[in-house]
Design a protein around this ligand. Structure first.
Ligand SMILES: CC(C)(COP(=O)(O)OP(=O)(O)OC[C@H]1O[C@@H](n2cnc3c(N)ncnc32)[C@H](O)[C@@H]1OP(=O)(O)O)[C@@H](O)C(=O)NCCC(=O)NCCS
Length: 200
C-alpha cells in the first residue's frame, strides 16, 4: 500500500517530467530546409478533367494543387495536416486536353502550428515540347495531433535568395489573410499594413 505522501510525491514527479518533455520538445525542434519540402506532381489532362472548351477544369486543378501542397506541408512537419486557407487564385493560361500539368509546392515559412505553401503550376504541350506558366498561389496548412488539435511545427530554413524573399514576405501575407478571416484586428498588424486597415 502506497502512503498518501508518496503518492503526491509521485504525481508531482510525473508532472515535472511531462513539463520538462514539453519544454524540450518546443525548444529543440530543429529547423528544416525549405528545399526538403519540395513536391513535384505531374498529371496528364484527360477528357474527364476538362470543361466545355476542352481545357482543364479549375476545380480539378485546385484539387491537385491542394494535394501537392498538403504533401509538401506533411514532408516539412512529419504530421497530418489540414488546409486552413487558400489565397487568391487566378488562372492566367488555360491548360488544354492532352497537355501535361506540373505542380511545384514548397513551404515558404512555418509559424507556430501553421505553414505557408507556395505553389507554381505549369502546362506543357508534350508534342511541341512547349512549357507555359498557368498560375501560382499560396495556401496555409495546420498540423494536427492525434486528437485533432493544432500542434507545433519545425521552423523553415530559407537558403536561396528566392526562398529568403518568400520567407520575409510570408509574414505580411499571413497578417492579411488573418485580417480578412477576422482573426486579427487591423490595428494589431505591422506598421506598414495598418494604413490599409485603419478602421478595422
Ligand atoms: C484550420 C484550423 C485547424 C484552425 O483551427 P483554430 O481553432 O482556428 O486554431 P487556432 O486559432 O489555434 O489557429 C491555428 C493556426 O491556424 C492558423 N489559421 C487559422 N485560420 C487561418 C486562416 N484563415 N488562414 C491561415 N491560417 C489560419 C492560425 O494562424 C494558427 O497558426 P499558428 O499556430 O502558426 O499561429 C481549423 O479551423 C480547422 O480545422 N478548419 C478546418 C480544416 C479543414 O477541414 N480543411 C479542409 C477544408 S475543405
Amino acid at each position: 500500500m502506497i502512503n498518501p505522501k508518496d503518492r503526491i510525491f509521485f504525481l508531482i514527479l510525473c508532472q515535472i517530467i511531462l513539463v520538462q518533455n514539453a519544454v524540450f520538445y518546443l525548444f529543440n525542434m530543429e529547423a528544416k530546409k525549405v528545399k526538403d519540402s519540395l513536391v513535384t506532381m505531374t498529371e496528364l489532362v484527360l477528357p474527364n478533367d476538362t470543361n466545355l472548351f476542352d481545357n482543364l477544369m479549375g476545380g480539378r486543378l485546385m484539387y491537385w494543387m491542394d494535394i501537392a501542397a498538403a504533401l509538401s506541408a506533411t514532408k516539412h512537419c512529419g504530421a497530418s495536416v489540414v488546409t486552413a486557407s487558400v489565397d487568391n487564385l487566378s488562372f492566367q493560361n488555360p491548360i488544354h486536353i492532352g497537355n501535361v500539368v506540373t505542380i511545384h509546392a514548397k513551404v515558404t515559412r512555418a509559424f507556430n502550428t501553421s505553414m505557408e505553401i507556395y505553389l507554381q503550376v505549369w502546362g506543357e504541350n508534350p508534342i511541341e515540347q512547349r512549357k507555359y506558366r498557368s498560375n501560382e498561389a499560396f495556401s496555409t496548412f495546420v498540423a494536427l495531433n492525434s486528437e485533432g488539435k493544432p500542434q507545433q511545427v519545425p521552423p523553415a530554413m530559407a537558403e536561396t535568395e528566392e526562398e529568403k524573399k518568400l520567407y520575409e514576405e510570408a509574414l505580411h501575407r499571413r497578417q492579411i489573410r488573418l485580417i480578412l478571416d477576422g482573426k486579427l484586428k487591423g490595428k494589431d498588424a505591422s506598421e506598414d499594413l495598418k494604413s490599409f486597415f485603419l478602421n478595422s
